[in-house]
Design a protein. Structure first.
Length: 288
């Protein structure tokens, strides 16, 4: 099922209009879940960190034992070609994807050089700046590398995210703040998490249980360049309850303010707003 509208699909060497079927029932990715993807954005004609997103999907493929088949620079050019058919005012979600086509004699291990590739472009609006979410705890946790491919942006990780979201929504919240295997805060069910205390910014230190995002890294770089102290450290749920501001960071919406964590209430604060403004100021001046 498509999420957006005005869809274009790159497959088998060409761009096609619409949501084209690209995967077969017997493909390894269809029945054993060997799929990876990445997500970038075009907003107001800007494509922030597009090259970084295209490079990461190749790393994700290798982590899932899928052979990447498209060089980063070539993938960027494919995306740019597809984006030419959209207006600059269109907000586009850019999703390159790999999946394994075949497995070994038992069907389990993906075969080398047996790879499917596609790019999906969908028009998905950006949330308005005042849009915010709420967080709650969930009993589900982030896995570790020993039991899942947490070093890849892999489709097989997302059912765990989905059950976190379902549990949170059943409790009346928009998202979940999620623990790692040790019980410390990792991120939300869908994005990296930041908190602000006394004018300084804190975010969970990458410990191999969650993907430290490209947009997360961009926010950290922007804040540090602006003189804001940013700490990557171990954080507890109590730390988030004591925060002055909380916001989420992900490619889809870039910055999502948080207005509540269980019974703790927050305002959309000045640093959250400033982080959003700095991101788009950077995007307007960077070569993307």
């Amino acid at each position: 099922m498509a999420t957006g509208t005005k869809i274009k699909t790159y497959y088998d060497g060409a761009w096609h209009d619409g949501d084209v079927s690209v995967i077969k029932a017997a493909d390894h990715g269809a029945w054993l879940g060997t799929t990876v993807f990445d997500g970038a954005r075009m907003v107001d004609g800007l494509t922030p960190d597009l090259e970084a997103h295209c490079a990461r999907i190749n790393r994700s493929a290798k982590a899932l034992m899928i052979t990447p088949t498209v060089e980063t620079a070539d993938m960027v050019e494919m995306v740019r070609e597809g984006l030419k058919s959209y207006d600059k005012t269109d907000a586009i979600y850019i999703r390159p994807m790999y999946w394994a086509l075949a497995g070994d004699e038992l069907g389990i291990v993906p075969l080398k050089d047996a790879t499917g590739f596609a790019i999906s472009l969908e028009q998905i609006p950006m949330a308005p700046p005042e849009a915010a979410t709420t967080l709650t705890r969930t009993r589900f946790r982030r896995p570790v590398l020993e039991d899942n491919v947490v070093n890849a942006k892999a489709g097989c990780l997302y059912p765990n995210n989905a059950r976190m979201m379902v549990e949170a929504r059943a409790k009346g919240f928009g998202n979940a703040l999620v623990a790692d295997a040790l019980g410390n805060v990792a991120e939300s069910a869908s994005a990296n998490a930041f908190m602000v205390k006394d004018g300084e910014v804190f975010t969970p230190i990458p410990n191999g249980t969650f993907l430290a995002g490209i947009t997360r890294a961009r926010h950290i770089a922007n804040m540090r360049a602006d003189g804001i102290k940013v700490h990557e450290t171990v954080l507890s749920f109590d730390d988030f309850h004591a925060a002055d501001e909380v916001f989420l960071s992900g490619n889809m919406m870039k910055v999502t303010p948080v207005k509540a964590f269980d019974d703790t209430q927050y305002q959309i604060g000045p640093i959250t707003r400033h982080v959003r403004d700095m991101y788009w100021d950077w995007a307007a001046t960077a070569r993307n």
